[in-house]
Ligand binder design. Structure first.
Ligand code: MLT
Length: 246
C-alpha cells in the first residue's frame, strides 16, 4: 500500500491530471467542513451534497425544496445578500448540526476549501471525509480495505497549508503501514510533536485563532479535537454525495 499526502490546496488542480482510480482519498478540513459533515451524519443526516459554489447550492434547493442549505464564506453563514436572496439554514459550525435539525435531511453544503477539496477527488476509488472525530473508524476501514494507494488530502485555508489538516493527516498515517511519501513523513512528524495536547495545537493554528476570536464559534475548536468520538465513516457514493457507513 502506498501512502501519499497533499499538504496544500495549491496542489489540488494537479489531481485532475492524475489517475485516481486505484486510490482512496481521505479529505481533511478539520476546522471545520469535514468535522461538520461527520457530525451531521452521526446525528442522522441522510446525506451531504458538497458543492463548490453558492449558486450550485441555490439551484439544488430549487430542485429539492426539502434539503437544508449550509455553508460559510469567511467562516460565517452565507447570507441572502451573498446567495441572491436565498437564506441558508445553517453555517459551518458542527455544533449547529444537532439531531433535531438534521435527522433524515439531505444537506447541500458549500464551504471555502472543504467542499472544493472533496470535489477535486472525483474519479478516485473512494472518497472519505476525515476528521479527528472519526479517525479510528476511518483507519479501521482503510486497514481492512488495503487499497493500492491512499491519498490524504489537506483542504487548507485559501491557497495555503492549514496546520490542523496536516496534523490529522499525520494522525491517520500513524495508524497505517505502507510505502510513505515525504509528505506523509512531514505530517507524521508534525503530529508526533502536537499529539500531547491536540486542542492547544488546533487553537494555535491560524484557523483556530480566527475561530477563537469569534465568541459564538470559539467552542468549535475544542469540539473538532474530540478524537474518536464518532464510530462511522463518511464516504461518497457515485454521485458525490457523502453518506454514513458503520
Ligand atoms: C472551509 O471549508 O474552508 C472551512 O471549513 C472554513 C470554516 O469552516 O470556517
Amino acid at each position: 500500500m502506498k501512502l501519499d499526502a497533499i499538504l496544500s490546496p495549491a496542489e489540488l488542480p494537479a489531481l485532475a491530471r492524475r489517475d485516481l482510480r486505484p486510490t482512496v482519498c481521505v479529505v481533511f478540513d478539520i476546522l471545520r467542513a469535514t468535522s461538520t459533515f461527520v457530525t451531521a451524519l452521526h446525528h442522522g443526516a441522510a446525506a451531504i451534497i458538497p458543492v463548490s459554489e453558492i449558486s450550485e447550492a441555490v439551484v439544488l434547493r430549487q430542485k429539492h425544496p426539502d434539503c437544508l442549505l449550509a455553508g460559510e464564506r469567511d467562516g460565517v453563514k452565507i447570507s441572502a445578500a451573498q446567495s441572491g436572496g436565498v437564506d441558508f439554514d445553517l453555517g459551518n459550525s458542527p455544533r449547529e448540526f444537532t439531531p433535531a435539525t438534521v435527522r433524515g435531511k439531505t444537506i447541500v453544503s458549500t464551504t471555502t476549501n472543504g467542499t472544493r477539496a472533496l470535489r477535486a477527488c472525483t474519479g478516485a476509488q473512494a472518497v472519505l471525509a476525515g476528521s479527528f472525530l472519526n479517525l479510528a473508524a476511518t483507519a479501521t476501514y482503510l486497514q481492512r480495505l488495503t487499497p493500492a494507494e491512499i491519498l490524504l488530502v489537506c483542504a487548507g485555508t485559501g491557497e495555503g497549508v492549514a496546520l490542523e489538516d496536516v496534523l490529522a493527516a499525520g494522525a491517520l498515517a500513524e495508524q497505517l503501514s505502507g510505502k510513505c511519501s515525504d509528505a506523509i513523513q512531514i505530517a507524521r512528524q508534525m503530529y508526533a510533536g502536537a499529539q500531547a495536547n491536540l486542542t492547544a495545537a488546533l487553537g494555535s493554528s491560524q484557523n483556530g485563532a480566527r475561530l477563537c476570536a469569534i465568541p459564538e464559534l470559539r467552542e468549535d475548536v475544542a469540539y473538532c479535537a474530540r478524537r474518536d468520538s464518532v464510530s462511522l465513516i463518511a464516504i461518497t457514493d457515485a454521485s458525490g454525495r457523502l453518506h454514513a457507513q458503520a
